[in-house]
Write a protein that binds this ligand. Sequence first.
Ligand code: AMP
Ligand code: ZN
Length: 470
Amino acid sequence: MIKLFNSATRQIEPFIPIHGNKVGLYACGPTVYNYAHIGNMRAYLFEDTLQRTLRHCGYDVTFVMNITDVGHLQSDADEGDDKMALAAKREQKSPWDIARFYEEAFFRHTKMLNIQRPDIVARATEHIPEMIAMVKTLQDKGYAYESEGNVYFDVAKFPDYAAFARLKMNDQQATGRVEFDSRKQNQADFALWFSQSKFPNQIMKWDSPWGEGFPGWHIECSAMASKYLGEHIDIHCGGIDHIPVHHTNEIAQAECCFDHKWVNVWMHGAFLTVDDGKMSKSKGDFLTVDKLRADGFHPLAYRYFILSAHYRNELRFDYDILTAAQKAYQGLYEKVQEWQVAPEAPTNSPATQSYADEFWAALREDLHTPTALTVVWKVVKDETLSTGDKLALLTEFDTLLGLRLTPEVIPLSSAEETLITERGQARTDKNWAESDRLRDLLLKEHNIQVKDTARGMIWVRVLPPIEGES
Ligand code: AMP
Ligand code: ZN
């Protein structure tokens, strides 16, 4: 039994799927107007841990993620320009080219982080008819109204609107968080469809019953999630910032459309922060996986760092912390490599089973990855286990951690093999200067560490090769 924290009830609850063993999982994906920053990647890493845990527990998971390639305005509350249109202007490309470019970059980065690709990736621009159909249903049922060519959801018609995020509606309006818009009946109403009346120069636009235009961001997720996962969904995730606007609006429109509860469990990842607050794309200067690489960090060291904190706790990032994480990850990786050279036979001691139980129990308790990592280190340090036991355990744990700890041993290239043979020979010849030179060369240029052990010279790779690196 897995227990998960449900943002809707603010409690940790036993997870029970709607349809037997099948789990429908939806995650809000990237808005592809720029690179995803490492804060965004924290959200996708949390969702990756969730889907890996569910699959480990034997559930038949369908994991759907959207790509927002139209309709996300500068402000989540319907103000400003479409982020895609702005990026197109900034980079002098078409919004379509922008979308494909940053989508490709997104999947390149997620691959480097060993985030598994969702089963279904749904682009907003390829689901416009489904969105129009949903808006139409809402309008036919009286939950939505047209005003100057735009269609708005009438929040007054959904009495539970404020419940999910415990919003104080009057405060929200009084503080001016939502700018006054004369087209709206209530200022908290949100757009389901924008027609030309709002953005005459919008390039991405489609025919609709309300005129040529494009969908609002919130309707995109609801329409795509329901298309692939049905009208009642097990789990819907995103970053914590989605609670007050995006997910509040999604619940309102979907529940009014279907006339029943839409999502059973809402899960939200906490923010990655930098010293001056939350990391954000709109601030311009932000960190990407490519930047971490350029600064000498392995993407999986970042993955290790993220796993070291619980997904619901805010996490502070700086390079010193990442350096420490990389050191720990590298130490772990090297150990496993060493064991792989000539593993001792498994002992099948009862301790191995209790470590496995402890590891998976931590994950089943609301994805407690920090505890799971503690178990990893207990295994590494336990002198009573054979290296065969340790290898078996870490191989199993890595299906969840995704740290590529036990890749099939990557064969040496012929150049590497020659260098290692030459290094062995130099040592046999007691040519210490040459032996040291070759050892340093192997480390620096090939990421291979040679070690002189009681059983002779062995070699290990310092860190795994980076998947998907261009
Ligand atoms: P976006 O591409 O801006 O729509 O964001 C993609 C995902 O990243 C969403 O689930 C956001 O909630 C999440 N997110 C944005 N900023 C951060 C951050 N600094 N830390 C963690 N998650 C974030
Ligand atoms: Zn969404």
